[in-house]
Each structure stands twice: as structure tokens, then as C-alpha cells.
Design a binder for this molecule. Sequence first.
Ligand SMILES: [Ca+2]
Ligand SMILES: [Ca+2]
Length: 258
Amino acid sequence: MGTEDEDGFSEDREGPVREVCVDAFAIDAHAVTNARFAEFVDATGYRTEAEKFGWTYVFARFVPGELRKTSPRPQQTPWWCGVSGAYWRAPEGPGSSVEQRWDHPAVHVSWHDAVAYCRWAGRRLPTEVEWEYAARGGLDQARYPWGDELIPGGEHRCNIWQGKFPVRNTEEDGYAGTAPVDAFEPNGFGLYNVSGNVWEWCADWFDPARSGRSMRGGSYLCHDSYCNRYRVAARTANTPDSSSGNLGFRTAADVSPR
Ligand SMILES: [Ca+2]
Ligand SMILES: [Ca+2]
């Protein structure tokens, strides 16, 4: 796992390339959908952290005009709006819904929310080692789940950003926001959208000295000019109570070795 690719971020400790042993495990073919997350919420009455805090981060271009003007934006990343009343079932704030997006990944889910879902489902979050092993789909040191070329033969293989980030998205891959969890071809192990679509929480701390949990795979907002972390070796982190419109998860489980 890992990479020493010049496109990588050494400060993220993507490298060195190293051999890691991993026990047998199962992992979802795709991210947890809105439909499945709704089953969890309906069964348990669970309230996500975005609901408890009263807001979450939505990509500014998706926020309706008036709300966009009044929603605070972080100085360093002004393409995000902190939108009051946004949560997984109203991903762009009051009035929005997932009615047309039941098969899209559940978003605005914090690490704590994801762990609560896993507990209900009898699953757990994958470790980073498991995630990367699965994401590679059997390829050795390839940059993406399908190989080294981002758009092989002109065919888009994942949902990221085309155009000029963050002002113009040409949507050449077919999606401005989330795509259905099983859009695009799966990798060699049958996993969909490990690269792009939504970031995925992992079980690990990003760095033992800091308080972030690891996220892998990049999202529909990733563009080479800003963040090429849709590579399989790439990693980033967020605090475990954070949520946003491009962050979801898939689950894993132990299996007994044969
Ligand atoms: Ca896209
Ligand atoms: Ca992903």
C-alpha cells in the first residue's frame, strides 16, 4: 500500500510504499445509500450530528440564492456554506430532499454517525489498510482503481470535477453532485466509486498525534488543480463530528478465514 508517486502528497504520509498484512474481511461494494440510511434512522430514531448542531457544509453553488447569501463561509475554503437546517435528508438545506436520490450515497454523515449506523447494521468501518486493499481491486501500485490513466480512451471512470474549480464544472462525467452509488464500472473486486463521488470515512486516526479520522477516495469536488486525492493511495482527515455534502461511508466486517 501507499505510493511514492510524484503526484502524491508526502505531507499526508501516503508513502513509503510498504507491504502490509491484512486479515480476511468483507467490504461493501458501494457506499451506504440514502435508502439504507433511512432504514437505520426509521428503526432507531437516530439523529445525526448535523441535526444536533443545526447545520452542515454544503457546496455553495448548490445552495439557493437567498440562503447562499446568508450562510457563513470558511475563509480558507469559501466554496463551502455552513447551511442551517441541512442534513442527510435535506442535503442542500430546508426544502431540498433525497426523493430523487435514494440510490445516492448518504451524505452529511459524521464519523460518529457512521459508527452508529455500523453498530445497528452489525458492521464496522473499514480500516485504511482494508479500504486501500479493496480499492486497488487487485492491481499493483496503479494510481486509480482501474489503472494509471484518469480518463482511459476518453471514458470517464469516476465522478470528480471537470473544468475550473470551483467556478465552472463542465460535468463531462455526467454529474455535478453525487451520482448513484453504482454508477460507472466497478473495480477488479467489484467495488464501485472508491475514487470520486463521495469521500469515505475509515476507522483509523489520520495521525496518532492529531484528532482527525481518516477519509479516503476523494469526491465529486476533486479536481487535479486543487486536490487529486481521488488516487487510491491518497488520504485526508476530518474531525469525527464533521459532516459535509461530499462525505459518506461504506461498511466492512470480519470474516472467519477458511
Ligand atoms: Ca462530476
Ligand atoms: Ca468514493
